[in-house]
Design a protein around this ligand. Structure first.
Ligand code: HEM
Length: 407
């Protein structure tokens, strides 16, 4: 019953909200049950509640209220000056939001500083790869996640995608930074701002007729959706590192997972859904991530807009075609076809044949067999994609949206 009133409050489509609350919304009812066990989570136990029906009980009502009262512009002004993990909250915030942020900014008890130190070295060594892996691996695959593609497209951010991409890159930039969770750095604040944005989106999107017309749910960004997007980040990047044969030690791999477990917690994902190991992450991804990748008109448009942004990357070789081939190579043919990424015979084949050799040569494991000009072009792709992604994230401040994409 508690669940019902919460959903009623958040959803603007009364009758639909009620149907969803009773678990009889047709598309959701047709999906398989959630069977991933909380025993495999960082919490080690839990109720095992299906995360498709769990959102963010603490943040959601606070930001629904802030939006209803028209207080978002004032709140955003306060947020702009709040950037550092250890920085006191700016004066003037509503007391309930202040209490929420003071509690939500605390790191979980299971943070392992040794692992965070290992990940630092790993980021230093592999930072260049991460820019490309997050930017063109995670960023592009997210357009093939139907619920995320629709949510992004119909939110204000989908309307100004360039701005949205820079803002999303902020989290990637912060997590690749040295000691992201240290007091003088910014990831905790970025995660909390993101958590607040998601809470606002849960209130705003149900008011968008475009979103209502295309979405198969009444309230976006459930805990299950959060985990799907989470898998598009560390799990997908981990898979790509394996596929690209980037040398990663077991210790580095575990540390990399750990930094993302902490990030998930700071984003408001419940501990019982955060996988405790890569095995558990893979098990969960097989259930919630792999099967959901699919085309949507919104995702196809977003993917096209992202690959059209090559003009922002200084230089001549980053044409839309090269970015499309890089996307196809990174995501594989099936997902690239979902996104209607055109084929480019020359670059598609060059990347397929040459990229694995390029990585091995860059790692000093072999002599590059394809000539220095090919090596240099690949190196330029890697550097420019990474620079594009990471430098965009450096300068931006993220804020709570007040409205959806104009209709
Ligand atoms: C906003 C990251 C999950 C939809 C953001 C922002 C970040 C972010 C950094 C702020 C940038 C901005 O304002 O555009 C993440 C991460 C996730 C996650 C790390 C999971 C681990 C999701 C999911 C959805 C979603 C599951 C939808 C199904 C959105 C939307 C915005 C947003 C619509 C606001 C766009 C705007 O209007 O500006 N997210 N997100 N996110 N996110 Fe997420």
């Amino acid at each position: 019953m508690e669940d019902f009133s919460r959903r009623k409050m958040l959803a603007t489509g009364g009758a639909l909200g009620a149907l969803g609350a009773l678990g009889v919304a047709a598309p959701a009812a047709a999906r398989p049950l959630w069977t991933w066990s909380p025993a495999g989570s960082v919490a080690g136990s839990g109720k095992g509640a299906d995360p498709r029906w769990v959102w963010d009980d603490v943040a959601d009502p606070l930001f629904a209220n802030l939006l209803e009262k028209g207080n978002v512009p004032k709140f955003n002004e306060l947020l702009r000056s709040w950037t550092k993990n250890n920085q006191p909250l700016p004066p003037g915030m509503p007391a309930d939001i202040r209490d929420f942020l003071e509690s939500a900014r605390q790191l979980p008890a299971w943070v392992d500083q040794d692992k965070l130190t290992v990940v630092d070295e790993f980021n230093k060594k592999r930072g260049l790869y991460f820019g490309a892996l997050y930017g063109f691996g995670s960023g592009m695959v997210s357009t093939a996640i139907p619920k995320e593609a629709r949510a992004v497209y119909y939110s204000l951010g989908g309307w100004d995608l360039r701005d949205r991409l820079s803002k999303t890159a902020k989290l990637g930039y912060d997590i690749c930074n040295a000691q992201p969770y240290a007091p003088e750095n910014e990831i905790i604040v970025t995660c909390l701002k993101t958590r607040m944005i998601h809470a606002a989106i849960r209130h705003l999107l149900p008011q968008s007729s475009g979103w209502q017309g295309s979405a198969d749910e009444e309230i976006p960004i459930s805990q299950a959706d959060m985990m799907v997007t989470w898998h598009s980040l560390p799990t997908h990047v981990n898979r790509l590192m394996t596929r690209w044969e980037i040398p990663v030690s077991a210790e580095e791999s575990e540390a990399f997972l750990h930094t993302w477990q902490v990030c998930a917690y700071m984003l408001g994902i419940k501990e019982e859904y955060i996988p405790a190991s890569w095995n558990e992450a893979e098990e969960q991804a097989k259930q919630v991530f792999d099967p959901v990748l699919a085309p949507t008109p919104e995702g196809i448009k977003l993917a096209d807009q992202i690959t059209s942004m090559g003009d922002r990357i200084d230089g001549t070789i980053m044409s839309k075609g090269v970015l499309e081939s890089f996307t196809r190579y990174t995501l594989g043919d099936e997902v690239a076809d979902f996104l209607e990424i055109p084929r480019h015979f020359f670059w598609d084949n060059l990347l397929k044949r040459g990229w694995p050799l390029f990585i091995k040569a860059r790692e000093g494991l072999i002599e590059f067999p394809m000539g220095p000009e090919v090596f240099d072009n690949f190196d330029e792709i890697l550097r420019k994609v990474a620079l594009f992604y990471l430098s965009e994230g450096k300068k931006i401040s993220i804020e709570i949206p007040e409205r959806n994409r104009p209709e």
